[in-house]
Design a protein around this ligand. Structure first.
Ligand code: ATR
Length: 277
């Protein structure tokens, strides 16, 4: 009898488009580790039952994506503090005693990508300006608070959603006007697009970025295309820009380390693999 081969995967509905299997498969091969990482198409009604069955058939953990991120947190035996603050989970690790621990590595992935691609960047460099107030924004705001950002400014097309986010994260977060980003951008050290604007098939990001400082770092969570209208507009102001692909890569590293027992690397070769059709 050989030792059990650890299984992991990504749970979504639908899941066909996910590039996570490609990434974890690359890491397993590169590190010469036994294991498999597979896409799991699971409907919301089946989620809780699937989380009971998967560990019995050899799964050590799973990533979860839309629409399961909130349900994954709600069903957890325990959850990290950051997952609780964000209100959603993306990385689940099955526990020997039953159930699973829920974590959220989105904000970690976001900050690790910026540190990697904009050397010297720190969350506490100055005010952080955030476009958007959806699920992705929550993880990013949490990571910026943890990183010591002195002030986080949010603007969102639907202002009430920004108000809710600001109320959840406390006095360092304030809400700004969506239409005119002049005040939002004034003196901001880090500027982030967390909206879906600029994504292939979505409307372009067309807000005026002329108030952006040359000393800022601008980044987008959209990575299809890699060079988004937001990043193009920021680069036109002379601002350093970081694309969004690395956030996906870095958010996957803590789960891989936990499940398969070795720390994976985020390399140019991995980027190329993820960008291949
Ligand atoms: P995610 O989890 O990726 O953040 P989401 O929760 O659906 O996804 O959030 C999408 C974000 O993109 C929101 O900030 C949304 O703004 P609203 O809250 O007003 O919907 C923003 N967004 C999407 N389409 C937009 C558009 N056409 N114009 C402006 N903002 C848009």
């Amino acid at each position: 009898m050989s030792a059990k081969v650890p299984l992991a995967g990504v749970v979504g509905f639908p899941i066909g488009h996910s590039k996570s299997p490609r990434m974890h498969g690359h890491w397993l091969a590169e590190l010469g580790l036994p294991g498999h990482y597979v896409p799991l198409d699971i409907a919301p009604d089946d989620f809780a039952e699937a989380m009971m069955i998967l560990p019995r058939v050899g799964f050590v953990g799973v990533n979860v994506t839309l629409p399961h991120k909130e349900a994954a947190l709600a069903g957890a035996a325990r959850a990290t503090e950051r997952a609780q603050r964000i209100g959603a989970a993306n990385t689940l690790t099955f526990l020997p005693e039953g159930g699973y621990e829920a974590d959220n590595t989105d904000g970690y992935g976001f900050a690790a990508n910026l540190a990697d691609r904009a050397p010297g960047w720190r969350a506490d460099d100055g005010p952080v300006a955030v476009f958007g107030a959806g699920g992705a924004a929550r993880g990013i705001v949490d990571a910026m608070i943890e990183g010591g950002a002195p002030e986080i400014r949010i603007s969102n097309r639907t202002r009430a959603r920004a108000d809710t986010l600001a109320a959840a994260f406390g006095p360092r977060v304030t809400v700004y006007d969506w239409q005119d980003p002049t005040a939002l951008l004034d003196g901001a050290a880090t500027v982030i697009n967390t909206t879906s604007l600029g994504m292939a098939g979505q409307p372009a990001f067309d807000l005026d970025l002329s108030g952006l400082s040359r000393d800022a770092v601008a980044t987008d969570i959209v990575y299809t295309p890699l060079d988004t209208p937001f990043l193009q507009a920021a680069a036109a102001q002379g601002t350093r820009v970081v694309d969004g692909l690395g956030m996906l890569l870095w958010q996957g590293t803590p789960g891989f380390t936990r499940w398969f027992g070795a720390e994976p690397q985020v390399t140019p070769a991995l980027r190329d693999i993820m960008l291949a059709p």
